[in-house]
Ligand binder design. Structure first.
Ligand SMILES: [Ca+2]
Length: 444
């Protein structure tokens, strides 16, 4: 990824500078679309189609304003990174939704057992069992108490790679109080009587305040190590050690804003990249993340991740041991109140995103599709979107996204996963959330 890929595919949407100008222009009373349509504030034809004297009064002011508009949200364009920017994309064809279960309360993660049934987490702290085509009425017992607060609660679930023989289940969850809480990892053994022997086997070494940015996706790798995402702790003015807590994403001394790699007992994986480095947490595998919400493995062993930006600048990345993904020093994100968060969008030594979503779609679960239920979808990445209530389908050429479309779900998508039957399953993030299955339909 050394050069900015050409936006040859129309489905990749408009490049960022154009949409940025449009968006910022819309924010401005000085350069509204209607004023632009009337030819006001910009050089060229006036509203009657007669060429004005050039330069006309106000032109220099307009030019100055346009320059500011270009510089404000993105930093200087000559410093722009090589990541392609995704905006609006067309609708995917050839699919429909089937509702499998309703009245799941803010479901977050799903894992299938060898018998084809599935375990589903609900953020308030319940683990549900979907089997024989329906949701068991009673939740599975044996979970530790969870802090359900804001974005926190019971989050993802993963089965041990040897689940068939050891029945071990892993969940990420939040412990503590609204003022002092942390992301943690629990492990228990699934039996007919619920989870047994459940224990907290890892927890963030530091507590934080507030309801934001806990992570926490789980993904087992082929070597049976477990990846776990931890968010940066939250937006300003949330602070840690006297500064914005988000700055901790660059601090190897804390778990905030990192991907961790653990052994199946929750201890650091022995060949992790920062083991032995003074002051570094040994669990850290990658750093510089805001809040990774989706992790997926592809058949080549690459680990894909999507994470929330602030205002714009959501990212798709490929994770590599020891790499720094930049947050909050290198980013395409803006503060919620407007200005760019980082001076740079790209920097030597910082991993550039594979794709940036601006405006933010609020990415959630991520799946690399390997099945054959849908014509033409094998090898595509599927990325859920909370804000846009959709799933993005990404067509890849190796590590490049070459086309993108969307499956509009009409509900906040918390997770999208491939089931053992080769279908894609969806969890929706609502008080009465649903388990959905995507079915192929004849192309119209
Ligand atoms: Ca980044």
């Amino acid at each position: 990824m050394t050069a900015r890929p050409r936006q040859s595919s129309r489905s990749l949407g408009r490049p960022f500078p154009i949409s940025a100008v449009t968006r910022w222009a819309r924010l401005s009373d000085r350069l509204t679309p209607s004023r632009m349509a009337r030819g006001e504030g910009l050089p060229g034809e006036d509203r009657r189609g007669q060429r004005q004297r050039w330069p006309r009064p106000g032109y220099l002011l307009s030019l100055l304003w346009l320059t500011l508009v270009l510089l404000l949200p993105t930093g200087c364009h000559s410093d722009a990174g090589p990541a392609p920017i995704s905006g609006e994309v067309p609708e995917a064809k050839g699919w429909k939704l089937e509702v499998l279960a309703r009245d799941l309360e803010n479901p977050w993660g799903i894992a299938w057992l060898p018998d084809g049934s599935a375990l589903i987490t609900e953020r308030p702290g319940r683990l549900r069992w979907f089997r024989n085509g329906q949701l068991e009425p009673e939740p599975i017992t044996g979970l530790p108490p969870v802090l359900s607060y804001g974005q926190g609660g019971l989050l993802d679930i993963a089965l041990h790679p040897d689940f068939a023989t050891n029945n071990l289940v892993y969940v990420s969850l939040v412990l503590g109080t609204p003022e002092a809480n942390r992301t943690a990892l629990a492990r228990g053994r699934l039996t007919d009587a619920g989870l047994q022997g459940t224990a907290i086997i890892f927890q963030n070494a530091d507590v934080k305040d507030g309801a934001q940015h806990f992570g926490s996706r789980l993904l087992f790798l082929p070597d049976k190590s477990l990846l776990m995402s931890i968010g940066d702790g939250g937006n300003p003015p949330l602070a840690f050690a006297g500064a914005n807590i988000r700055n901790q994403a660059q601090n190897l001394g804390t778990h905030f804003g990192k991907i961790l790699r653990l052994r199946d007992d929750g201890s650091p994986y022995p060949d992790n990249p920062f083991i032995g480095q003074p002051g570094a947490r040994p669990e850290i595998w990658t750093l510089g993340h805001r809040n990774v919400q989706g992790l997926a493995l592809d058949p080549q062993g690459r680990v894909w991740a999507n994470e929330h930006g602030s205002r714009g600048g959501d990212e798709l990345n490929i994770l590599q041991a020891g790499a720094n993904y930049g947050w909050p020093e290198v980013s395409y994100s803006n503060e919620y109140w407007g200005p760019a968060i980082a001076r740079e969008q790209s920097r030597p030594g910082i991993q550039d995103p594979i794709l940036v979503w601006t405006p933010s779609k609020a990415p959630s679960g991520l799946t690399f599709y390997t099945g054959d239920r849908y014509p033409g979808w094998r090898g595509n990445l599927f990325s859920g979107a909370l804000k846009f209530q959709q799933i993005r389908r990404l067509v890849l050429d190796g590590t490049r996204v070459v086309a993108e479309d969307q499956l509009s779900i009409g509900q906040r998508v918390r997770d999208v996963r491939q089931g053992p039957d080769g279908y894609l399953y969806v969890l929706t993030d609502h008080h009465n959330g649903q388990l959905l299955r995507i079915l192929p339909t004849p192309d119209k």
